[in-house]
Design a protein around this ligand. Structure first.
Ligand code: NAG
Length: 280
């Protein structure tokens, strides 16, 4: 699939972006994104695999949703746009997706995936993040998985977000001992498909870390804690943030676990509800 928006779509997208970006401070949108070698980038859907994890709220796991080329670009972008601050365990910045072929390609794939709804994709500026071990001493460090840790509880009941695609673009993989640990994504109010009864768990918890069938769920997280994903580069968690009547669906509340070694990087794409509301 190639991203070939009509002029109307493109204009609408730009108008929406202009309105949307008022919410962001001017210097939130980075200008130091890695330059695109546009002659070499080809927007092409990878053969991704979808697994329905929850129907209510809707939550779908998308394995290999990003291509190698997209991952390489986003890793490079992270290097150029997220400063290395030694005393910070989480760094985020908003990317400007206007005219960015790679981000538009992913947005177009997401729009197709969710049935071209809302009719014009009103994507918020994608949020790039990098998480690394906290350099604070254990005494001053906040408690692991503390509620303050990216658990977003909106002040109002009405959601401005239609859906979210939480992608991972990097985690240290190979070197033994230097592999990423932690950096999980937990939805405490969504039941895990891993149950306390052992039999059904073989598919989710293969005994070894076979690179062909990587674990996507944290098999060591207690069942009572809900649904916990491991950071798998290239994969994504897609969920609907709002209920059909426009209220925020609190069941989609989530937080990230502390990174205890290595690093985790990713990009969160949020689709606004606006066209959805106008359509109602
Ligand atoms: C993880 O990977 C990043 C990027 O390649 C590197 O800078 C970092 O040193 C690695 N960390 C570990 C613990 O291997």
């Amino acid at each position: 699939m190639r991203f070939t928006p009509s002029l109307g779509q493109a204009t609408a997208a730009i108008l929406f972006l202009a309105a949307e970006s008022q919410c962001l401070a001017e210097n939130d949108v980075v200008s130091s994104q890695a330059p695109l070698t546009s002659e070499s980038f080809f927007c092409k859907d990878p053969p991704f695999r979808a697994q329905l994890i929850s129907t209510s709220p809707l939550l779908i796991y998308l394995q290999d949703f990003l291509t190698q080329q997209e991952l390489q670009y986003l890793q490079k972008t992270s290097k150029t746009s997220l400063p290395s601050e030694p005393d910070s365990s989480e760094k985020t910045t908003h990317l400007s997706h206007r005219g960015n072929e790679v981000l538009q390609c992913i947005a177009s794939r997401l729009h197709t995936f969710q049935g071209h709804r809302p009719p014009q994709i009103n994507l918020e500026a994608p949020e790039l993040f990098r998480r690394s071990p906290s350099s604070l001493s254990p005494d001053t460090k906040p408690k692991k998985d503390s509620a303050s840790n990216s658990h977003k509880t909106p002040k109002t009941d009405t959601s401005t977000i239609h859906s979210t695609l939480h992608t991972w673009t990097f985690a240290n993989q190979t070197t033994p001992g230097l592999k990423t640990t932690g950096g999980t994504l937990t939805f405490p109010l969504i039941p895990s498909p891993i149950t306390p009864t052992e039999e059904s768990n073989a598919a989710w918890c293969p005994p070894t870390h076979d690179p062909l069938t990587p674990r996507i769920l944290d098999c060591d997280a207690p069942y009572s804690k809900g649904l916990t994903f491991l950071p798998v580069p290239g994969s994504a968690v897609y969920f609907l943030d709002s209920l059909p009547d426009g209220r925020y669906d609190r069941r989609t509340g989530h937080y990230t676990g502390e990174v205890t070694s290595g690093e985790v990087e990713g990009v969160v794409f949020r689709v606004g509800r606006r066209a959805w509301i106008e359509e109602d």
